[in-house]
Design a protein around this ligand. Structure first.
Ligand code: COA
Length: 273
């Protein structure tokens, strides 16, 4: 019996299907423009089609032997029929072929179907992320500025060092730097990195944002404020791992948009799709 499903590499023609399905993630990020999508996302994205209809997609990036599953989405009318598992098998195949031995992703803790799927594929919780919005002035309520702190924009040559210091895959830096107008802010304390903000003006936000303590967060937010799209704009921060900083900002009135769990696991060839 022939398989009715086809894995189709994305091209510009798939942009509208992507736009239709990406909203299912509920992350509220603005859509990239079709040109940016075609050059920066489509090469790593595969659609799943059945009898001429697009029924889902998966977007995966290869990062230093680790595969990062950015999105997996099944058409709302086709869920619960094994297509999410099929898309993850397509992702695994692609990542294994590119030398990855582990894979990782982010998921909201209340997304029971996705969590069950990922856990069944051997992934486990690694660290939490808090996605917050705040007016940057709110950081003035954090502990007073620490004179030992210095905020710098380091060149791409320092990315490997920062990636190791903050345990962020190098590929995250590479992807960020390929996007137009992005900036990499680093907070140093006595020349040691203690804060990181990968700032994307398109979303007025940083994903990820790291700060060793609330004073570091304050220094970073004050440096970011002049780069927001307008004086009234709020800053979006995806604070990875640093719970004390997230709690301090929430106590000052930051809005929690959602929480994320980072899952990771060994990559093994899944059962045939
Ligand atoms: C998550 C998602 C991709 C799963 O796709 P799907 O096609 O419905 O999933 P499948 O039918 O392949 O099921 C795979 C596994 O998911 C889990 N699962 C699926 N639906 C579930 C449900 N309603 N409740 C609990 N677990 C569920 C089960 O573990 C299932 O394995 P099983 O069939 O061996 O029991 C789909 O729900 C989706 O697109 N959601 C919206 C977008 C999204 O949240 N993406 C994930 C972002 S991290």
């Amino acid at each position: 019996m022939t398989d009715a499903f086809l894995a189709i590499p994305a091209t510009r023609a798939g942009f509208d299907e992507f736009a239709r399905l990406v909203v299912e993630l509920g992350h509220g990020e603005p859509l990239p423009d079709p040109d940016t999508w075609t050059t920066q996302i489509a090469p790593d994205l595969v659609f799943l089609a059945c009898e001429g209809a697009c029924v889902g997609y998966v977007w995966v990036q290869v990062m230093d032997g680790v595969g990062y599953v950015r999105h997996v989405v099944v058409d709302p009318g086709r869920r619960g029929q094994g297509l999410g598992r099929r898309l993850m098998a397509i992702a695994a195949e692609r990542l294994l072929a590119n030398g990855c031995t582990r894979w990782e992703l982010n998921v909201k803790p209340d997304n029971a179907p996705a969590l069950a799927l990922y856990r069944s594929l051997g992934m486990d919780f690694e660290y939490p992320t808090w996605v917050l919005r705040l007016p940057p002035e709110q950081a003035g309520g954090l502990p007073a500025e620490d004179p030992a702190l210095r905020v710098d924009e380091l060149p791409a040559e320092r990315d490997a060092e920062l990636a190791a210091a903050f345990r962020v895959p190098r590929g995250v830096f590479a992807f960020h730097r390929r996007k137009p107008r992005t900036r990499v802010f680093t907070v140093m304390r006595h020349a040691r990195p203690c804060g990181l903000a990968l700032f994307d003006p398109r979303i007025d936000g940083c994903f990820p944002f790291r700060a060793a303590d609330p004073a570091v967060a304050r220094a970073a937010i004050e440096a970011l404020a002049p780069h927001l799209s307008s004086p009234a704009a709020e800053l979006l921060l995806a604070i990875e791992r640093d719970g004390a900083v997230a709690e301090a900002l929430l106590a000052l009135g930051a809005t929690l948009r959602f929480r994320i769990e980072h899952l990771a696991g060994p990559l093994v060839a899944p059962a045939s799709r």
